[in-house]
Design a protein around this ligand. Structure first.
Ligand code: SF4
Length: 306
């Protein structure tokens, strides 16, 4: 009997050790990927005040958490302020974020704006409310960034959001356009950054479980999830399962664009193109089979693998 108990205890301890090891590996990977994205796109500079937009969802909690870790290790000084926009959605648990942030010791601001009533008043019943809601939210967050003196606005979009947006724009908007890791706001006054750009959603899900973030459900407004985005998400999940490496390659392709081999006349001067008589390295393989069609050149971001 004692032997059985002892064996169970050993197995339990080994399991716990393995879980701790995996969790530590996940944390390291997230820090490395976020650090790499920040560096690659020069997202944060000396003296920046980064306004981290916190919705109460897993991604924004994870973003804040990782940025706080990286700030401790960074060779530069930057400040962080967390901001939540309380949109007055029914049953929004307004106490959750202030309690969490106070415990964490992070400076924060809660902006109370009843955009929920505005959206409900303007958009007819049954129509999708997200586009007006996000436009209102964006305007408010830009104003708050001004008032707080924030130099960067950090959003919690991750790799899967970027890929979904890319396919949404292509399938339904007939555009090759994604979601940039760094962009100038449409009013020209702010820089918006997405430090989770290289992070997989599945990792954010696991990290939220490990850290036990007090998640606030995102469907309090009663809006349905965008059906088109849902379809794209399902397509990517299916690809990830059936064709390992494909989604990773598509993501890598977003940073390896060859305008001369597309058809955008604004990006490449096809009309002015003349034979120069000089060979162009890697330029003309018009009649060759691309090596990627054999599945050989699997491109990966350095440092993204364990
Ligand atoms: S899901 Fe609700 S809160 Fe989120 S953007 Fe859409 S309408 Fe706004």
């Amino acid at each position: 009997m004692n032997d059985v108990l002892h064996d169970d205890a050993v197995i339990g301890a080994k399991k716990a050790e393995k879980i701790a090891y995996e969790n530590n590996k996940l944390h390291k990977r997230l820090c490395r990927q976020v650090g790499q994205a920040i560096g690659d796109f020069n997202m944060i500079e000396e003296g920046d005040k980064v306004m981290v937009c916190l919705s109460g969802g897993k991604d924004s909690y994870g973003l804040l958490d990782i940025l706080l870790t990286l700030r401790e290790r960074a060779p530069i000084h930057f400040d962080i302020v967390a901001v939540n926009l309380d949109q007055k959605q029914p049953n929004f648990p307004a106490h959750v974020l202030p309690e969490y942030l106070t415990k964490l010791g992070v400076p924060f601001h809660i902006e109370n704006q009843d955009t929920y009533s505005i959206v409900k008043r303007i958009i007819p019943e049954g129509k999708t409310t997200c586009s007006l809601c996000s436009r209102l939210r964006r305007g408010i967050l830009y104003r708050v960034a001004d008032e707080l003196g924030a130099t960067k606005i950090a959003l919690g979009h991750h790799r899967d959001d970027i890929l979904e947006t890319f396919f949404l724009n292509m399938f339904f908007g007939a555009k090759i356009k994604g979601m940039p890791p760094k962009l100038q706001s449409d009013d020209g006054k702010h820089i918006v950054i997405r430090p989770l750009a290289y992070v997989k959603e599945a990792d954010m899900e696991r990290y939220a479980e490990v850290k036990q973030f007090p998640i606030i459900p995102c469907d309090l407004c009663g809006s349905q999830e965008n059906l088109q985005r849902k379809q794209i998400k399902a397509m990517l999940r299916e690809w990830e399962k059936k064709h390992p490496g494909r989604v990773e390659n598509i993501f890598s392709a977003l940073s390896t664009v060859v305008p001369s081999h597309l058809m955008d006349r604004g990006l490449f001067g096809f009309a002015e193109l003349q034979a120069t008589g000089e060979s162009v390295p890697n330029g003309d393989i018009a009649f060759d089979e691309e090596p990627c069609s054999t599945g050989v050149n699997v491109v990966k971001f350095s440092g993204l693998d364990d």
